[in-house]
Design a protein around this ligand. Structure first.
Ligand code: F0G
Length: 457
């Protein structure tokens, strides 16, 4: 088999600025051991997120010039609407400036005290918007998904038995919707099977609860379905997506992921009354329903990106480039979530740094070391992001301690990825000397963005 190559040529480049290890130690100290507080200029390979960091295509840039900036009824909106419709077949399509704006609108309307939203795993902004409304979010990930080293095809699935039980327990009338995240970002970028979505839909229908999809990485999820689920081998990605969305009553989307856009998102649904309420809120928070917080040119970039993202040559390269890091880590014995997921590699910090307890944030400590070693920036997905305190102020740890290295779309080449693997392996070799951290400043919601730390001795 020949090497799977990047299915693009590079027309425009951005410089990378290099730093020394001594400089990085200093930079990290000044950023209070929080990679979110490091200036991007000081990062060599930035794997903080795959969100809004894609390289746009020449077609998308051409679309940007074509953007129709009319306040109402712009041509760009209709091209955007057509692109979203061709994937979701949903009746009401509402543009927003990014995923969390969709969430804010949806959960402000449906949330509130006494309500529960059930998911395979809620992403942090989704959970925060649910909790901000006064409601509660419940994650019901399947058992396979909780075992980092277990190889299984669909570790993002929702536990359907637990779903039934939880609906019975909480009362269907208190559950405005069930939302399934594809791929399951916080659980390792693992896909959800079509079968699982079908089963979840059947349960939701039985209890008369709408099913929504958090569709940020829908195309990567559909590619995994094509690769791993029987009956989909010969379908194209759009056909798989059409079937998947046919089981849903609505979706939220961040176009900063599987639409190759630097900004944007949408809400789509089939319920007219709900769509009307969403649009009312959209007008006071985002903008008029044909642009919703975006410029016409952004709508063009999304419309084109949504088509490009379903190209199987792209998806093959995309999924392969993540798998490739996994193979290098396997050879060195580095623990990570297996199999590799769609958009990122998730280092298993609990097993990487077994001497650091959850109260001392092993994921955050590992992030810091990757930066010091090679200027690689990742993000902790563990107790810093999802930990809570009990009534006595004791830490309730997150179920997993992970470091996510998210790969921006169409941005880095194979040698960048080789370099990242080398950096991880270097840190792994000196893992026993790595120290834990203590929080010195934090905010009540989404603390990981701004928290400050100090190193423990
Ligand atoms: N849902 C999922 C599954 C996400 O991964 C994100 C964003 C959102 C919703 C919110 O979208 O950023 O456009 O407001 N995830 C980014 C990340 C930030 O790094 O994984 P947004």
């Amino acid at each position: 088999m020949k090497t799977i190559i990047e299915p693009f040529k590079i027309k425009s480049v951005e410089p990378i600025y290099f730093t020394t290890k001594e400089e990085r130690i200093n930079i990290l100290q000044q950023a209070f051991y929080n990679p979110f507080l490091i200036k991007a200029h000081n990062v060599i390979i930035d794997l903080l997120t795959d969100s809004g960091t894609s390289a746009m295509s020449s077609e998308q840039w051409a679309g940007i010039m074509r953007g129709d900036e009319s306040y109402a009824g712009s041509d760009s909106f209709f091209r955007f609407e057509e692109a979203v419709y061709s994937i979701t077949n949903m009746k009401y399509i509402i543009p927003t400036h990014q995923g969390r704006a969709s969430e804010k609108i949806l959960f402000s309307i449906l949330g509130g005290k006494g309500k529960y939203f059930i998911s395979n795993t809620l992403f942090d902004t989704t959970r925060a918007n649910i909790e901000f409304s006064g409601a509660e979010g419940i994650d019901l990930l399947c058992d396979e998904g909780k075992q980092p080293s277990l190889i299984a095809p669909f570790k993002g699935n929702i536990n359907t038995e637990a779903l039934k039980k939880t609906i019975e327990e909480k009362g269907a009338e208190n559950i405005p919707l069930v939302i399934i995240t594809i791929t399951n970002n916080s659980g390792g970028g693992q896909p959800v099977s079509m079968q699982n979505i079908k089963e979840a839909k059947a349960i939701c229908t039985h209890y008369n609860i709408p099913l929504f999809i958090d569709a940020c990485r829908f195309s990567e999820n559909c590619y995994f379905i094509k690769q791993r689920e029987k009956g989909y081998e010969n379908k194209n990605i759009q056909e798989i997506a059409n079937e998947l969305f046919s089981y849903a009553d609505g979706c939220t989307m961040s176009a900063k992921k599987d639409a190759f856009a630097n900004i944007g998102g949408f809400l789509a649904m089939n319920n007219e009354a709900l769509a009307q309420q969403c649009r009312n809120l959209l007008i006071i928070t985002e903008g008029f329903p044909t642009y919703g917080g975006l410029a016409g040119r952004d709508l063009e970039a999304i419309a084109i990106g949504l088509k490009e993202i379903m190209d199987e040559n792209y998806l093959k390269y995309r999924i392969r480039s993540i798998e490739y890091i996994g193979e290098k880590l396997d050879a060195a014995g580095v623990p990570y979530i297996k199999p590799t997921g769609g958009h990122a590699i998730y280092l298993d910090a609990k097993n990487f740094l077994p001497h650091i307890t959850a109260e001392q944030y092993p994921g955050q400590a590992l992030c810091c070391e990757l930066f010091i070693e090679g200027g690689v920036r990742g993000v902790e997905i563990g107790t810093v992001m999802f930990g809570k305190y009990d009534a006595d102020g004791k830490t309730i740890p997150a179920p997993m301690e992970l470091v996510r290295l998210a790969i921006p779309r169409r941005v880095y080449t194979q040698s960048h990825i080789d370099y990242v693997a080398e950096v991880i392996i270097e840190v792994f070799k000196r893992r026993e000397k790595i120290k834990g951290l203590q929080i010195t400043f934090e905010t009540p919601l989404l603390r990981h963005f701004t928290a400050q730390f100090k190193q423990l001795n």
